[in-house]
Design a protein around this ligand. Structure first.
Ligand code: BDR
Ligand code: CA
Length: 317
């Protein structure tokens, strides 16, 4: 049986890779794409999502626009927010329109249906957790329809990249992250510590551009334009594809190693957005998350290349 997922996202070039990966994988059924302001504004993430879906050829997948900003506090955007939507860079002829239903209503409706049918769904959270926190606040029944939330967020030994202490998704809405951490739903967290271990190089981009059709060429173009190389930090060539690890974990969990821990987040003060994990069980509390600590880099690239080849002449859709 396929795994039913909702992708909550703020595309984002790494969100784009995650979405193309999920849409190409026969093991996953994408019920919908919900958007949240994050990397760029809500209207720009919706425009990007429309163009990503159009490039995949999966116009049957609907987009639901969600939150314009965090539950409370200052709105933060990504490093490239000044550029706005990347849709025009992709020279798209087509795009997928945004549905009338709000993202939070969609998540609530699907989770309630899933609870009734006793077939809980997986939420893939690739941006700030605002929509998901609002959906959980809607009614306690919502949590019963959610099997797990697999999210990209946090930084532990790697420390932050958006600030010295925080990773962007948690920093952009720490209160939403705190709400989700308290939910009791099984959580799987992909932090920077792990996403920094799997870097996409020019050689990988060449392979994708050659083998993965329109999405492959778009990935090469986007990762060249929004350069994620940081040799000072990674001490080698290549840039991370953070959000794609969420989908990769669903497809091949054996590529990852993680541990069950208690995680929490600072929501106020100078270090708001800082996420901590009790790796040495100092608190003696029951774990609320599984934090991924290692990824098999070669295995990750092989997975990307194999699954995304569906979009090229070597694969079949
Ligand atoms: C996360 O923030 C965004 O810039 C990326 O899309 C990813 O979800 C990494 O910190
Ligand atoms: Ca993202």
């Amino acid at each position: 049986m396929t795994e039913q997922i909702i992708i909550d996202t703020d595309p984002g070039v790494d969100d784009a890779v995650a979405i193309w990966l999920a849409l190409a994988a026969p093991e996953l059924e994408v019920l919908g794409i919900t958007t949240v302001a994050g990397n760029v504004s809500l209207s720009d993430v919706c425009r990007n999502a429309g163009s990503i879906i159009a490039k995949s050829g999966r116009q049957d997948v609907a987009i639901y626009a969600g939150s314009h900003g965090p539950l409370t506090g200052t709105q933060r955007f990504g490093k490239y927010a000044h550029i706005g939507s990347f849709a025009s860079l992709l020279k798209d002829e087509g795009s997928v329109a945004v549905s009338a239903e709000h993202a939070v209503q969609f998540i609530v409706r699907k989770a309630q249906e899933a609870a009734r049918q006793q077939r809980p769904i997986t939420l893939c959270a690739l941006g700030p957790l605002t929509n998901i926190a609002l959906a959980l606040n809607f009614s306690p029944e919502v949590a019963k329809g959610i099997k797990r939330i697999v999210m990209m967020g946090g930084a532990f030994s790697a420390m932050g990249h958006r600030t010295p202490w925080a990773e962007f998704n948690f920093y952009a809405d720490p209160n939403a992250a705190a709400r989700v951490f308290r939910s009791g739903i099984p959580l799987v967290i992909m932090p920077l510590d792990m996403t920094f271990q799997a870097l996409l190089t020019e050689a990988h981009l060449e392979v994708l551009a050659h083998d993965a059709g329109e999405p492959g060429r778009a990935i090469q173009h986007l990762f060249t334009t929004f350069d994620r190389n940081d040799p000072g930090r990674f001490l080698r060539d290549g840039g991370p594809v953070h959000d794609a690890t969420v989908i990769a974990w669903l497809l091949e969990p054996e590529l990852f190693q993680g541990c069950e821990v208690t995680v929490g987040i600072a929501t106020t003060g100078e270090t708001a957005g800082y996420c901590w994990a009790d790796f040495y069980h100092k608190l003696k509390q029951q774990a609320n998350a599984t934090v991924m600590r290692h990824i098999d880099e070669q295995g990750f690239h092989s997975l990307l290349q194999r699954v995304l080849a569906v979009y090229g002449s070597k694969g079949e859709k």
